[in-house]
Design a protein around this ligand. Structure first.
Ligand SMILES: O=C[C@H](O)[C@@H](O)CC(=O)C(=O)O
Ligand SMILES: [Zn+2]
Length: 276
C-alpha cells in the first residue's frame, strides 16, 4: 500500500506542479481485478478503488496496518460508479447498482468485490477510516440518500447532492460520504468554497468524458493552487485546504471525510471575493 505523509500549508506553498501532483493527486485507482489503496496520514484515511472484471477481488490485509485483518480497527465506505456489482461481507451478499453505497462496520473479516457482468463492470470507490466501535453494515441506494438540488445554472453550479454516510444517514464512527452530480451546463463544484480544519476531505471525480479535464482548486483561501485531473482520479484535501473545482464539462464526484465530527454543515466559508 502506498503511504503518504502530511504537508503543512507552508511547504505546500512552495511546491511545483509535479510536487503538488505527487503529494495530493491519486491516479490509476480503477485497475482491472486489482485493488489499489493509498494510505494518507491526514486523518489516516485510506482511499482506494477496484474494477472487478474477470475475478472476485478480496480486501486483503495490509502489513502497514499491523492488524489481523483490514477492518479489525477500521470502518469502510464503498460507492459504485460503474455497472451492477456485488460485495460480500462475511458471507452476506449486497448488490450495488451505480451510485449505491455500502457501509461496512468495524470487525468484518472477509470483504470481496465482483461485477455482475464482465462487459459492464462495477467501479468501486473505497474510503476507510480508523473506528473504535461497531456500527452495522448498511446499504443505501441513491434514492435513500435524500437528494437535494443546490446552485443555479446562471452561476454554472446547478447540482444534486446525495448524502449516504453522515449524522442523519448511515451511522459510522467518523466516516462521512456522499456524492454530487452536476447538471448539463454546470461545471463549478462546491462554490462558495470552504475549509473545515476539523475534517480531511477526499474528492473522487467520475463521469468526466475522456477528452475533458477537471481543474481542482486547493490551498488556503488566500494562497490558491490547482491540480488538473482526469476521470476516475482522487485528490486529497488537507484540513487547512479549500476544495472546489471547475470542469471543461459537467461530471460527478464522490466526497468523503473523516475527523472531529460528522456534521456535513460544519464548514468555514471562504467567499469568492476574498480568494487570492
Ligand atoms: O464538505 C462538504 C463537501 O466539500 C462537499 O459535499 C461539497 C459538495 O459536494 C458540493 O457543494 O457540491
Ligand atoms: Zn468540504
Amino acid at each position: 500500500m502506498e503511504i503518504r505523509f502530511g504537508h503543512s500549508p507552508q511547504e505546500t506553498k512552495a511546491m511545483s506542479t509535479e510536487q503538488l501532483r505527487e503529494n495530493y493527486l491519486v491516479q490509476d485507482l480503477m485497475q482491472a481485478d486489482k485493488l489499489t489503496l493509498v494510505y494518507s496520514h491526514y486523518d489516516r484515511l485510506i482511499v482506494g478503488g477496484v474494477k472487478p472484471v474477470g475475478k472476485t477481488v478480496l480486501l486483503k490485509n495490509e502489513e502497514e496496518l499491523k492488524s489481523d485483518f483490514f477492518l479489525q480497527r477500521r470502518e469502510l465506505g464503498v460507492i459504485n460508479v460503474g455497472g451492477r456489482g456485488l460485495i460480500t461481507v462475511d458471507g452476506e451478499k449486497y448488490s450495488l447498482d451505480k451510485k449505491d453505497c455500502l457501509y461496512v462496520g468495524r470487525g468484518a473479516k472477509k470483504v470481496n468485490f465482483s461485477s455482475s457482468a464482465k462487459k459492464d463492470p462495477a467501479v468501486f470507490y473505497i474510503l476507510s477510516a480508523p473506528a473504535h466501535q461497531v456500527y452495522p453494515t448498511t446499504k443505501y441506494t441513491k434514492e435513500q440518500a435524500a437528494p437535494v438540488t443546490l446552485g443555479d445554472i446562471t452561476t454554472s453550479n446547478k447540482r444534486t447532492i446525495y448524502k449516504y454516510i453522515h449524522e442523519e444517514g448511515i451511522q459510522s464512527c467518523q466516516l462521512v460520504m456522499g456524492l454530487t452530480v452536476l447538471e448539463t451546463g454546470s461545471v463549478w463544484n462546491s462554490v462558495p468554497p470552504h475549509t473545515h480544519t476539523r475534517r480531511t476531505e477526499i474528492y473522487f471525480y467520475f463521469d468526466l468524458p475522456e477528452e475533458q479535464r477537471l481543474f481542482h482548486m486547493m490551498g488556503e483561501p488566500q494562497q490558491t493552487r490547482h491540480i488538473i485531473m482526469k476521470n476516475n482520479e482522487a485528490v486529497i484535501s488537507p484540513p487547512w485546504s479549500m476544495h472546489f473545482g471547475c470542469g471543461t464539462s459537467n461530471y460527478g464526484f464522490i466526497w468523503g471525510m473523516a475527523g472531529e465530527n460528522k456534521q456535513y454543515t460544519d464548514m468555514d466559508p471562504a467567499p469568492v471575493p476574498t480568494l487570492l
